[in-house]
Design a protein around this ligand. Structure first.
Ligand code: UDX
Length: 441
């Protein structure tokens, strides 16, 4: 059964969800206040970098199942279900800023004609639905018919379209039978994954807890990686060794620069505030946050140890997005690493396959900061190469660490020590093959 859906907000969650629900056959009207965004999307040009999105956007615009508008009235009157997908950024004190959510509630209230189901998609603190309900009821009058439900999204940037079309679970938080059955009718026919039915507050909490748990898992393995470094042990092998236990699981055990992005850091701090407001001790989560913020310090200490004096050293920075397959730099380690290396006097050559423009806006180029068009251009003549994002393109720069040095430019012993399989002319090579095998074990 095709349903009529309205979306407030066309950011990551709003855009991917609206396009995805149009793709499975529903009629979708998505609203954004910004006429430029509406014009671009109506034209079939995504406003975010997301694999698979351009094709689905165009297909559903052409099929007439999807349209974008600045007019809230249209979307409300033409929809059975209204999704709230506006941003809930962090306030200075770490709490979620709910002003955009409140604004949508105030916008919707006078437009309600017949029954509407209003659904929170934005990540919000537990009990936000009560405030939405209260706001609308105050402005629309008590006889107005509506429910507020929660249906959190678990989309990851970079694989959001796939995550939407093949979810591992769907959470429906609804406190009335009418809301529950409308959301079941929406999802059950098209998605064949477990559907967890809960109260609204439980669903709100599930989203915050899921992201906080993921953040905790990352900080845990990063703490372990510090210990591995001291013991001369490879953390990736430790992660593999523990991850095969299904109670632990192998995902989100990749040690490195820690978690960034627009969700994990924000949701961790928002959940801490909710817990503190309810008198719950959050020292465990404070440590998760502290470990994460020290990752960049650790990386910079290594750069300094390797180069000693930073002034005028040419450093190639590869990757500035907070993770691969996105152009998003929100919460990315590059936001700290680039200015700190710059302040230290280094000459930076920065490259990212998708996110350069977004960093450039924050840190305009100057005589010591250049944004490059290719990775190879960035690394040419560099004293050091600093990798900040796990792009495949960066990985494939040196897919197999083999150097055949026809001019004997490097010292075999030094190359061997760095783990390269190094061949030169007239200086022997058998020992290097052995070394590589040892490194691989
Ligand atoms: C996250 C949640 O995964 C998703 O379910 C939710 O809807 C939105 O927030 P996202 O922000 O897109 O998604 O990124 P995610 O893939 O979770 O990665 C977050 C950060 O953790 C990235 O900076 C990533 O590099 C880092 N990370 C991830 C690690 O450092 N190690 C890991 O093992 C996994």
């Amino acid at each position: 059964m095709s349903m009529r859906l309205g979306f407030f907000g066309t950011g990551y969650a709003g855009l991917v969800t609206s396009v995805g629900l149009a793709e499975v056959g529903h009629t979708v009207t998505a609203i954004d206040k910004d006429p430029d965004i509406v014009a671009r999307l109506s034209d079939g040009t995504p406003t975010i970098h997301e694999p698979g999105l351009p094709e689905l956007l165009i297909a559903n615009l052409e099929a007439g199942r999807l349209r974008f508008t600045t007019q809230a009235e249209d979307a409300v009157s033409m929809s059975d279900i209204i999704f709230l997908c506006v941003g809930t950024p962090s306030r200075a004190d770490g709490r979620a800023d709910l002003s955009q959510v409140e604004e949508v509630a105030r916008t919707i209230a006078p437009l309600l004609d017949d029954y509407k189901l209003i659904v929170e998609k934005s990540t919000v603190p537990a009990r936000t639905a009560y405030w939405i309900d209260w706001t609308i009821r105050r402005l629309a009058g008590s006889e107005c018919e509506f429910d507020v439900a929660s249906n959190p999204e678990f989309l990851r940037e970079g694989s959001a379209v796939r995550d939407f079309l093949q979810p591992d679970r769907i959470i429906i938080g609804a406190d009335t039978e009418r809301a529950r059955s409308l959301l079941l009718d929406l999802y059950e026919p098209s998605f064949h994954c477990p559907i967890v039915m809960t109260s609204v507050t439980t669903a709100e909490l599930i989203k915050h807890v899921a992201n906080t748990f993921l953040a905790s898992k990352i900080s845990f393995i990063n703490m372990v990686s510090d210990l591995c470094e001291e013991l001369g042990v490879d953390v990736a092998t430790v992660a593999k060794g523990i991850g095969l236990d299904p109670r632990i699981g192998s995902h989100f055990l990749h040690a490195g620069l820690g978690f960034g992005g627009s969700c994990l850091p924000k949701d961790l701090s928002a959940l801490m505030k909710v817990a503190e407001d309810h008198g719950v001790d959050v020292s465990l989560l404070k440590e998760v946050e502290r470990i994460n913020t020290t990752r960049v310090d650790r990386l910079l200490a290594k750069v300094e140890r390797a180069l000693w004096v930073m002034r005028n050293k040419v450093i190639a920075v590869l990757g500035v997005a907070f993770k691969a397959d996105t152009d998003d730099v929100r919460g990315a380690p590059s936001l700290a690493v680039v200015p700190r290396l710059h302040r230290a006097g280094a000459v930076l050559r920065v490259y990212d396959p998708a996110a350069v423009r977004n960093l450039e806006r924050l840190y305009p180029p100057d005589d010591r900061l250049t944004y490059m068009e290719s990775a190879l251009e960035a690394v040419r003549d560099a004293h050091a190469l600093v990798i900040l994002t796990d792009w495949d393109e960066v990985r494939s720069l040196m897919r197999t660490p083999i150097i055949v040095d026809g001019r004997n430019l490097f010292e075999p012993a030094e190359m061997q020590a760095t783990g390269f399989e190094y061949y030169s002319l007239g200086r022997g090579e058998a020992t290097f093959r052995t070394e590589r095998q040892r490194v691989r074990i």
